[in-house]
Ligand binder design. Structure first.
Ligand SMILES: [Zn+2]
Length: 272
């Protein structure tokens, strides 16, 4: 499942490749991914030009000049692939957007996702994105922001961090090493964290996400060009490493149940 690093990589590649291109044709074969009827979607999109592209949490925001936005969420996983007139198209896709220069992109969802088109003036009311918290990669995500989020909260630290209205972009993949780097047990109650622990957590979020962005994201997710990222299972410190040795103290890593999710922890470094 793509998380912040994969979506960040994708948005940068898309910005580089398709900004300024004009939409010539839209094919949408899965109406339930759309927020409006396919005919209206197609009619509205055609003729618009790609403006700024950025990501927030797990969402891609694509400005369609002059006055619309295309919002894409890849859900549990999807291939969003660039094509040029010379490239071979993927065998299956649910969405295809072609530009006037005959390049474009296709989307193939492995489970379900969203492709929403809306007027710019309705962006603030878009239910699924309007209440997203600041993205963990944004400038607004400061140590003070994190501190405010955690103080007086009885919730467990892991569920607080995964809740997208608090911080957008962290999911169950990267949270494992984030908590390990900060030496925090996933079930610690938020208000019990000391100032030092909050600092450590803040730095861990930045370090873990940036190290994956630098490697192009996860090895099992494809980028805009169909290439896989270079962040491999070996690059995790405790995530998905049940029974392997903790890189710090050599204690075997355990997989534990934490509410609805699984967690990988070093029982010695991450005491409750
Ligand atoms: Zn350890």
């Amino acid at each position: 499942m793509p998380e912040l690093p994969e979506i960040t990589v994708l948005s940068k590649q898309m910005a580089k490749e398709i900004t300024g291109k004009q939409i010539h044709k839209v094919e949408a074969y899965q109406p339930k991914c759309l927020n409006i009827p396919p005919e209206r979607f197609v009619e509205t999109a055609i003729g618009k030009t790609i403006g700024q592209i950025y990501s927030r949490g797990k969402w891609l925001f694509i400005k369609l000049e002059p006055d619309h936005y295309l919002l894409i969420n890849l859900g549990m996983g999807a291939d969003l692939l660039y094509f040029t007139p010379n490239s071979k198209l993927p065998e299956k896709y649910q969405f295809k957007l072609t530009f006037t220069d005959h390049s474009g992109f296709t989307i193939r969802f492995s489970w379900f996702g969203y492709i929403h088109l809306l007027p710019q003036k309705e962006l603030n009311q878009h239910k699924l994105t309007a209440k997203l918290g600041v993205s963990a990669s944004d400038k607004e995500f400061t140590k003070e922001y994190l501190q405010k989020l955690l103080e007086k909260r009885k919730a467990r630290i892991k569920s607080l961090l995964l809740y997208q209205k608090n911080i957008a972009g962290i999911g169950n993949v990267y949270i494992q090493d984030i908590l390990f780097n900060a030496r925090l047990h996933p079930n610690r109650k938020a208000f019990t964290l000391s100032d030092q622990e909050i600092s450590n957590l803040y730095n861990a979020i930045k370090t873990v996400l940036n190290s994956s962005i630098e490697k192009g994201g996860l090895a099992y997710e494809k980028n805009f060009y169909g290439q896989k990222g270079n962040f491999n299972i070996e690059d995790f410190q405790v995530g998905y490493k049940t029974g392997k040795h903790c890189p710090v103290c050599s204690t075997p890593i355990e997989k534990i149940r934490t509410g609805p999710t699984s967690s990988y922890i070093c029982p010695k470094c991450q005491k409750l």
